[in-house]
Design a protein around this ligand. Structure first.
Ligand code: G3P
Ligand code: MG
Length: 228
């Protein structure tokens, strides 16, 4: 079962900062998850819609110019990073799950991944683009069909993973709060991986391993605890 560093090693360093991604690499994480918004034609790595929880700023992210956002302290003196900066830091050391949070992110993320693959240092399977906004995933499917997609949901749909199959997803990314054996079996029968957010407690990580999921997102990517 893979352990995906959720917003970097966000249990040890400020989430979604270069420090958190560097820490994840230091801990040997093979996968890193991050969240992106598009502001002034740049992709910023940030989770919340608002600034208060993780920075010394205030208000909605999208109500501020890029210069203001880049001047904020995102924790321990870290800046809100550009996606390019994270890609450069990670290089070939780990795979990256980019979660599309805001609108107009699909095209720019897709082009960035295509350029890296064309550059010859990375392959499509080193990336996973995910979103709770399935319209953005549909855009990815249409414009960049070779980039793997992960369909995020928080719940158990009546028709289980049918929605993810329609999106040609390689993974269905499920909430720890709702997951059960039936949806895991359904995803696997459709040939999709199951990735679970967010498993931090050792008992949860063990429980997910016993359930046979393919990976968990964790703020503590070093908690690779085998099932007893
Ligand atoms: O992608 C997994 C997980 O990050 C989804 O939820 O709110 O942490 O972005 P959230
Ligand atoms: Mg996320």
């Amino acid at each position: 079962m893979k352990i995906i560093a959720h917003r970097g090693a966000s249990g040890y360093a400020p989430e979604n900062t270069l420090k958190a991604f560097g820490k994840a690499l230091d801990l040997g994480a093979s996968w890193i998850e991050l969240d992106v918004y598009r502001i002034e034609n740049e992709l910023l790595v940030f989770h919340d819609e608002r600034l208060e929880r993780t920075t010394n700023g205030g208000g909605y992210l999208w109500d501020h110019p890029l210069g203001y956002l880049r001047g904020l302290d995102a924790g321990e003196g870290e800046k809100i990073p550009f996606l390019e900066e994270v890609m450069e830091l990670v290089g070939e050391k780990a795979c990256i799950n980019i979660e599309l949070k805001g609108p107009f992110t699909a095209g720019k993320v897709g082009r960035m991944i295509e350029a890296l693959v064309e550059g010859g240092t990375r392959d499509y399977h080193h990336f996973l683009v995910s979103s709770f906004n399935h319209h953005l995933l549909r855009e990815m499917q249409t414009r960049f069909p070779r980039i793997p997609r992960g369909a995020l949901i928080c719940g158990i749909p009546l028709d289980y993973c049918e929605f993810a199959e329609q999106l040609g997803a390689s993974a269905v990314n499920l909430s720890l709060d709702f997951i059960d054996a039936d949806i895991v079996a359904d995803a696997h029968s459709r040939g999709m991986e199951v990735l679970v957010y967010t498993a931090n407690h050792p008992e949860d990580i063990r429980r997910m391993a016993r359930l046979g999921v393919d990976g968990v997102f964790s703020d503590f990517p070093d908690r690779n605890i085998p099932a007893p």
